[in-house]
Each structure stands twice: as C-alpha cells, then as structure tokens.
Design a protein around this ligand. Structure first.
Ligand code: HEM
Length: 174
C-alpha cells in the first residue's frame, strides 16, 4: 500500500496560499500567491528513492517513510483527516479480494493513470479467477469450494447459517 501510494498518490498535487513574502528552499515567494506542490513528483525523485519509477514494496522494509519525503495524505495543518481510515479500508478490501481471487491484467496495455483532480485509472481490465488453495477448505471469508479442489464440507460462519450458505453475502456462480 505504501509503495502504491508513493507511485500513484491519488492527490497528485495540492496548493498552499502564501500569506506573506517569504523564502522557501532558496526561492522567494510573494505574499498572496499560490504555490502548487506535487506528491507525485516528490515521490519520484531519484535522490530520495533509488530507481524511483520501479514498483518495489521491499524498499520500505527498512522502516517507516520519511515524513518529509512521503506525503500521499499531505502534511501540516491541512493534512488528510481520513488517512488511517483510508489505509485500513484499503488494506481490508485488498486482502479480502486477493485472499480468494487472482487478478490478472487483460491484454498488454500498460497501466496509465488518468490525470484529473485526483489520480485514478484510465480503466484497468482484469480477469478475476478463483484462487486454488491447497489447504483444508475455506479460510473463513467464503464457504464456496474452489471448482477444481476436492470437495470439502463447507463450514457455516454461524450456527444459524443454513448448510452450504456459508457466511458470505456475495452470490457466487458455481
Ligand atoms: C487513499 C485515500 C485518501 C487520500 C490519498 C487522501 C489524500 C488527501 C490529501 C492529499 C489531502 C490534502 C492535504 C493537504 O493539503 O496537506 C486530503 C485532505 C482531506 N482529506 Fe483525504 N485522502 C484520502 C481519504 C480520505 C478519507 C477516507 C477521508 C474522510 C473519511 C478524507 C478526508 C479528508 C479531509 C476532510 C481533508 C481536508 C482536511 C483539511 O483541509 O483540513 N480523506 N486528503
């Protein structure tokens, strides 16, 4: 998640109003002007991130991102108030999906972000296929048995759940 937000910060630019004449990083700024800063450009600086365009989640193994060099949620007084919520939600959604489904790019079109007020995808076509597990049945998210796996008795999520219904609200084609 950290590496994805480094390469594709949805808020790829933000602004700040300069309240009075000042100097920032050797640049003189006039009071009343607006400056634009871009997490996208900052996150791709080679002096901060070796091979900056490469998707390399392992680059974060050494520890937490440097707050000054990593600002997908902004910084300072106007920093995003939903950052922890957004991260938790994204990780939960992603793990729920990839625990069961394998996502494969359809076609050979490279991924390109769509540049709008916030960054999103230009359309990413994926094929969703059921993961084949070698374990003993369901991991808990769903009770449906992978097509090719030997039939396992499904474990209802709750004693009141009818047999075979599992605990998942999503209807699956079997
Ligand atoms: C991946 C998801 C998200 C990203 C990348 C993101 C990013 C940002 C950024 C860059 C800012 C501007 C910060 C600045 O100017 O320094 C911002 C502001 C804000 N965000 Fe988020 N955000 C996300 C999700 C959310 C969520 C889920 C909520 C609410 C539940 C939220 C609520 C806000 C609010 C209210 C502000 C304005 C804060 C202020 O101006 O004082 N954001 N966000």
């Amino acid at each position: 998640m950290t590496e994805t937000l480094r390469l594709y910060p949805p808020a790829w630019m933000m602004t700040r109003a300069v309240r009075q004449d000042t100097e920032l990083g050797g640049v003189r700024l006039k009071g009343g002007s607006t400056i634009v800063l871009s997490p996208y450009l900052l996150h791709r600086r080679a002096d901060l991130y070796p091979e900056p365009d490469r998707f390399d989640p392992d680059r974060w193994l050494g520890g937490q991102p440097d707050r000054a060099a990593y600002i997908p949620f902004g910084a300072g007084a106007r920093k995003c108030i939903g950052d922890q919520f957004a991260l938790t939600e994204a990780i939960l959604a992603l793990t729920a999906i990839v625990a069961r489904w394998e996502l494969t790019p359809v076609g050979d079109q490279p991924f390109e972000p769509k540049v709008e007020t916030s960054l999103s995808s230009r359309g990413l076509r994926l094929r969703i296929s059921e993961r084949r597990t070698s374990g003993t049945g369901d991991a808990g998210l769903h009770a449906a048995t992978p097509r090719s796996a030997p039939a396992q008795p499904s474990t209802p999520a709750h004693p009141s759940t009818p047999p075979g219904a599992g605990g998942c609200p999503v209807k699956h084609e079997e």
